[in-house]
Design a binder for this molecule. Structure first.
Ligand SMILES: N[C@@H](CCC(=O)N[C@@H](CS)C(=O)NCC(=O)O)C(=O)O
Length: 210
């Protein structure tokens, strides 16, 4: 099989990169990532590979897939266990991913991903609070599958990859979370793959990359 190469942006701040990266890292498929820092001379590589000139972009032989959700769907064709096996559960998992992909604009704007920082977000307006409440509602649904694992649909799926950047944002900004949400966050934060990504994010920032 051709090598899977995922072009990603800064590990500290590129939430769209983290999503397919985490799915890929959890898939068991052999892969390599190429980190291209925003504003660097190497960004020409992204412009050459991706029709949108954005990260993430997946290169697999002659195939190029740009956009985080499309990349995750492509990976799931190679590693079907990335989606829940049950059709109804899979549909719901896809819906919460689509919701994240096209929604939560206020949360994204006010609580930008910044993995290695800890900061005060300032007052949260009602629009941000409503989006945070919606995240908690999505996460609370996992209680139905708790006997199968700690993740949104029991075992790890693309849905968890899609919400992982939100987990890091809640840590960065010290967002108060209910106990059940805290347990979900811990399950995500304890993933060795996420720990590895976060360690690289810190190294990036320590090296002065912003
Ligand atoms: N909808 C796209 C969003 C991709 C995106 O906005 N990527 C940002 C980084 S997180 C980017 O490459 N920005 C650089 C630019 O716009 O030049 C996806 O889901 O992959």
């Amino acid at each position: 099989m051709n090598e899977l190469v995922l072009l990603v942006g800064n590990k500290n701040s590129s939430s769209w990169s983290l999503r397919p990266w985490l799915a890929l890292a959890k898939s068991g498929l052999p892969y390599r990532d190429e980190v291209v820092h925003f504003g660097s001379a190497e960004w020409e590589r992204v412009k050459k590979v991706s029709p949108t000139g954005k990260v993430p972009s997946l290169v697999h032989g002659d195939v190029v897939v740009w956009d985080s959700l499309a990349i995750c769907e492509y990976l799931a064709e190679l590693a079907p266990s990335l989606w829940p096996e049950d059709r109804a559960r899979r549909a719901e998992a896809r819906a919460v991913c689509a919701e994240m992909h096209s929604g939560f604009p206020n949360l994204r704007r006010q609580l930008g991903m910044d993995i290695s920082s800890r900061k005060d977000p300032g007052p949260l307006g009602p629009d941000v609070q409503a989006e945070i409440a919606r995240v908690f509602a999505i996460w609370s649904g996992r209680s139905r599958f708790a006997d199968e694992g700690p993740f949104l649909f029991g075992r790890f799926s693309i849905a968890d990859a899609f919400y992982a950047p939100v987990v890091t944002r809640f840590v960065t900004y010290g967002i108060e979370v209910p106990g059940d949400a805290r347990r979900y966050m811990d399950a995500i934060l304890e993933l060795p793959e996420l720990r590895a990504w976060s360690a690289e994010a810190k190294r990036e920032v320590d090296a002065g990359v912003r």
